[in-house]
Design a protein around this ligand. Sequence first.
Ligand code: AHG
Length: 363
Amino acid sequence: MHWKQHVVTLEEFIIQRQLDFPFASGELSNLLRDIGYAAKVVHREVNKAGLVDAFMLTGVRTAPVMFLQGEDVKKLDVYANEHFIASLRAGRECAGVGSEENDDIIAFDDANSRNAQYVVLMDPLDGSSNIDVNVSIGTIFSIYRRQSNKGDLVRQEDFLQKGTEQVAAGYVIYGSSTMLVYTTGKGVNGFTLDPSIGEFCLSNPNIKTPDLGKVYSVNQGYYSKFPEGIRRFIDYCVEDDKDTKRPWSMRYIGSMVADIHRNLIKGGLFMYPPTTDAPSGKLRLLYECNPIAFIVEQAGGKATDGHQRILELQPTELHQRSPVYLGSSQQVEKAEAFLADFETRAAKEAANGKAGGPVSVKA
Ligand code: AHG
């Protein structure tokens, strides 16, 4: 006889975790629940986006076409942004939002929100250029305690905090199934949306990432624009070596959430290094790097900007970018070693007025 195991929903899990903290007020739990609700609505819209836009484009209500083109795709970014902001505002546990989609912070001005203790930073629809080709996209969020006094409107300083100050962070991946993965600093847990009951159910408890994976994820098309250390590291990734499971497979979706999610579960390195065109890389420290770094570290991995722990970088601007290397610790450390080695060499050569020759970093 088969006994069906009781599934733990996201809400049940959040409540169970709250009970572990005798003095918890429930505000963070409510806020996480609000994010979970908003994610379900965005999931619904993501899934029907092809149909809706096909109707809008053709005016025909039969023979739906599944893919979108051009301008109409943008609507989903805007929708996700507005929906998350509206849900957080209505939930009253959030004093304000910083979004990758908005130039400035949004301070909620009603009495409840002014007295709320948390602010949320988010990238409401990351990888949005992938929507029109039906590839996985995601939402990334991060929660901080405000620094300003309750009762006041939140200020930019409330959002410009180091990643180490995050109270919680997570992502939603709208993929072959929709999943919500989050941490409050006590491990990482993953929930899969069961559309038949409309609930996120605990599917991946206590996620741990392997120390060494078989994958590296980078936009290798920029090879010639990367620093020399990274070019040589990429050469290292594809060399043959049994001990380190090389050559590693290159996997790059172009949706950070999807690339990270795969590597988190299976092991691997994700990187977005500086390029000659973008000296700080492309990814945003507050909306992308910090929340993902918090999750990766909580799963046992590493996250750096090539030199320093991502979570210890002091943000100075809302939309500041940072190079990022994160995932399985051994792979991140190796990338850092290549960078350091070539930077040291370049500095020595510059001091001696010499051009550099080939070098090797020990495997
Ligand atoms: P966007 O939301 O504008 O599509 O950006 C996606 C982000 C991130 O999710 C992804 O890893 C990276 O940009 C891809 O950038 P490249 O195309 O430069 O590789």
